[in-house]
Design a protein around this ligand. Structure first.
Ligand code: ADP
Ligand code: GLC
Length: 479
């Protein structure tokens, strides 16, 4: 079985968030099931050097304003098809945003081109390879099913995965023609969305199956509170929608041999976590906590992540003698507020603004708990890393957070299955209460250590979910 993944990022090559981790990990998990995956993504500057070793397997004279080719190469075990279109992707800076932090003005052409090339490869094949299923991820690949739909020849089945419905790819209707989209697709149950073209909406309308990254989020996005306007379209396709939980790459994220840790450890040698804690305290300029946990945050600093609520309850956290280490980038205002908080609580709150993969590993290794107060969270990966590293997740009860963390209520503690703390509603008082509850649990070392061990045993790999994707591909490929 052959599957063509289409996505805008893939770890470890180009990453702005969890999407990249997923795209980098799933193909490896599918391989033992007999699925051969090729990942099509843009050739960004970060990949240019490596791409020189690849082979050109497809060409277009004019793809949205310039020539383009696809370069095939295998990097770190992932079979890549890199869309080399210099007029669209050869530019410095963020892959989605210009220097002013605004979306690149030609994002419709850029990611429309990715989808168009993918649809072409999906139907024509390349170097003797042809996919049985095309799997498009998020709005950047949302047009793939639409391009397939308008083709006058047999096309493979398509799957759309929604990693975050907040990002929909809305563009002017005037772009229908320049993007090579037929006018017949510009209808309310097609691409049209309140007078715009909706890339994600197009994917929802024309994909054969729609998945999202947790069962709870699959239910949530059919409700107005979470659907961001697409709840009706999704409900209309309810029978084809399902939630498949993300996993993590347990080789990359393994406390027993993680090179970024100050000291490796395992569930049997939890004391060795201490060295990592010391390293985190030092990196963030924090004083050791007495009888209270070291919390961490590793996150985009945006309102989705609820990090504004955490700012409100810092006096509670600091008042308990706890410590907080924050690593993140995002909204300029939130960044500034976190820097100010570090000044207000010296030695208790430490903040580093930036993106630092190695440090994120060390923080997972050295913290006692990871805070994730998201207002919505399709799946979330940092709580999964937390579980694997025995860094107990304190999470909002929403989306994938609700599906992966077992709250330390009395019943769960009694049967020794708790792995973290959940809270609802997502408000500052509820978060404050969760922090107090976590501090109370921390003061009961036997219970806390039991939770750590339980968390580290919780299955977070791709075993179950890769089978679920495989089942969908098989069903579609068999008609
Ligand atoms: P989202 O994709 O919504 O940002 P996820 O939890 O699914 O949320 O994935 C976020 C990924 O990005 C995780 O791998 C996390 O460790 C990583 N990450 C987020 N912020 C940073 C940062 N400032 N430095 C390093 N890694 C980060
Ligand atoms: C999105 C979501 C996040 C999810 C990730 C990977 O970025 O915000 O919750 O884990 O995609 O699916």
């Amino acid at each position: 079985m052959n599957v063509l993944f289409v996505a805008s990022e893939c770890a470890p090559f180009v990453k702005t968030g969890g999407l990249a981790d997923v795209i980098g990990a799933v193909p490896k998990a599918l391989a033992p099931l007999g699925v051969g995956t090729r990942v099509m993504m843009p050739l960004y500057p970060a990949l240019q050097k490596a791409a020189r070793a690849g082979t050109s397997v497809w060409r277009a004279k004019d793809l949205h304003g310039g020539h383009a080719q696809l370069i095939s190469l295998t990097l770190e075990g992932i079979d890549l098809l890199l869309l080399d279109a210099p007029h669209l992707f050869d530019r410095a800076g963020n892959i989605y945003l210009d220097a002013d932090g605004k979306d690149w003005a030609d994002n419709a052409q850029r990611f429309g081109a990715l989808a168009r090339a993918a649809a072409d490869v999906a139907t024509g094949g390349i170097d003797g390879w042809r996919p049985d299923v095309v799997h498009a991820h998020d709005w950047q690949a949302g047009l793939v099913p639409a391009y397939l739909h308008q083709m006058q020849k047999p096309v493979p089945a398509s799957v759309l995965t929604i990693h975050n419905i907040a990002f929909q790819g809305l563009f002017s209707a005037e772009l229908m023609k320049p993007l090579g989209l037929q006018a017949t697709l510009y209808v309310p149950d097609g691409l049209e969305y309140y007078g715009n073209i909706g890339f994600l909406k197009g994917g929802i309308a024309y994909a054969d199956k729609i998945t999202t990254v947790s069962p709870t989020y699959a239910r949530e996005i059919m409700q107005p509170a979470f659907g961001m306007g697409l709840e009706g379209v999704l409900r209309a396709r309810q029978r084809d929608v399902c939630g498949i939980l993300n996993g993590i790459d347990t080789e990359v994220w393994n406390p027993e041999n993680d090179a970024y840790l100050a000291q490796a450890y395992s569930a049997k040698r939890l004391k060795a976590k201490e060295k990592n804690r010391q390293a985190v305290l030092q990196r963030f300029g924090l004083e050791p906590a007495r009888n209270a946990p070291l919390f961490c945050v590793i996150s985009r600093l945006t309102t989705q992540k609820g990090v504004d609520l955490l700012l409100e309850v810092l006096p509670d956290l600091v008042g308990r003698g706890a410590r907080l280490a924050v690593l993140g980038t995002g909204d300029r205002d939130l960044e500034a507020e976190y820097i100010a908080a570090a000044h207000r609580f010296p030695g208790a709150v430490g903040v580093l603004i930036g993106y630092d993969e190695p440090l994120s590993h060390l923080m997972q290794g050295g913290s006692d708990a990871i805070l994730i107060p998201s207002r919505f969270e399709p799946c979330g990966l940092t709580q999964l890393y937390g579980l694997r590293y025995g860094t107990l997740p304190v999470v909002a009860r929403t989306g994938g957070l609700a599906d992966t963390v077992i709250d330390a209520n009395e019943a769960a503690i009694a049967v020794n299955c708790a792995t973290g703390v959940q809270f609802a509603p997502v408000t500052a008082p509820a978060l404050a209460q969760a922090i107090h509850r976590t501090c109370d649990l921390f003061m009961q070392p036997k219970i806390w250590a039991g939770m750590m061990r339980r968390a580290m045993r919780h299955p977070v790999d791709w075993e179950t979910s890769s089978r679920a994707y495989h089942a969908i591909y098989s069903e579609l490929a068999n008609g």
